[in-house]
Ligand binder design. Sequence first.
Ligand code: HEC
Length: 394
Amino acid sequence: MRTGARFNFGVGVACLIAVAMAAPAGDSQGVAADALAVLETHCVRCHGGEKTKGGLDLVTREALLRGGENGAVVTPGKPGASVLLRSVRHETDAPMPHKEKKLAEVEIAAIVKWVEAGTPYSRPLSRTGGAAAATKPAGEFAISDADRQHWAFQPVKRPTPPVIDGAAAAAVANPIDRFVLAKLREAGLGFSPAASRETLIRRVTFDLIGLPATPVEIDGFVRDESPGAYEALIDRLLASPRYGERWGRHWLDLARYAETDGFEHDAVRPHSWRYRDYVIRSFNADKPYDRFVREQVAGDELWPEDPDAQVATGFNLLGPDMVDSADQVQRRHNTLNDMTDTTAAGVPRADPGVRAVSRPQVRTAGAAGLLPVTGVFHAGGVRTRTADPERGGA
Ligand code: HEC
């Protein structure tokens, strides 16, 4: 990436990240989002997109309330009296969607709730999104109330640890033990016997640095009877450079890290390791996650003086690439798509418009959801790598 792109790349991305981390939609917004998604998927194509069949345009609330050739189609607050609902329930001579399968019950229910709530529009419907959406499986992007209950979208709170009494209390070493033991007791179980010190050091060493403890380390720990021995062991492992190597690997997987281009020639990228080492350093330095993400998506713009932040942007170009492709325009689009995809799939967030549950869905979000993100990358500008094998450089 080069610095000095006209568009302020860093700020754009910072906004995106801010939006992405914002709280999920509240209740009334949720009702609107559910219903609007249904209308966009099944109706806009004929009602406000390419056509306005029956004179009915559903794109904005004003247009909806204007109604069609035969007059009003909804009475906000009164689902029972609304032609629109009778048409989707197939209770009229013009069942909707026209000549297509009836909507699923959950989709109809979403419209009912929305009419009850007064047909709120949190946004105008996409005139083109309808056409693209119609080719998607029904309801793919309708986010239900059940989805909203997912633990990841709940506010963080500090629960009160369960009370453990009687003899079992002796086994409790920390508040987490209380939660675990309470659940075990529900099932009529208790803790297993404590692991031996040999086993304990072997386990935590594998966990934290991915390597076995050496015989010398094991002996030292077994003999160390001081009260803080375990804590000291954990501190030593967390401080080990091996810690970043072990845990950085998981991020490298998300970042589709590779040391070659992929595709036919699969040329070596002689500088990939710089990015790899940056990730390891970040883990070892206990870098805050938001800084870590920003450095990778827009480090060159946000911290132009920081070499680490420059190296971090290698994240964007780690994907498969055909450097000598005959169609460089196509190559550029492939690269932009890959950046968008990787960022959307790798960075967890709560914005359902962009981030979907699985990778295939991220792909199909295409036109409506991801284009704005791709636009940000596009505006950032990318120095195109040449086919010169000496240069490489992720
Ligand atoms: C393939 C095109 C098509 C799709 C998709 C479609 N409609 Fe229609 N719609 C029409 C046509 C054509 C008419 C006019 C029908 C008529 O007058 O017999 C119409 C008329 C209507 C009317 C007016 C009926 C009346 O009696 O005044 C409503 C309300 C309506 N559509 C709602 C919807 C809703 C809601 C959806 C999505 C669930 C939808 N339509 C999807 C083609 C479509």
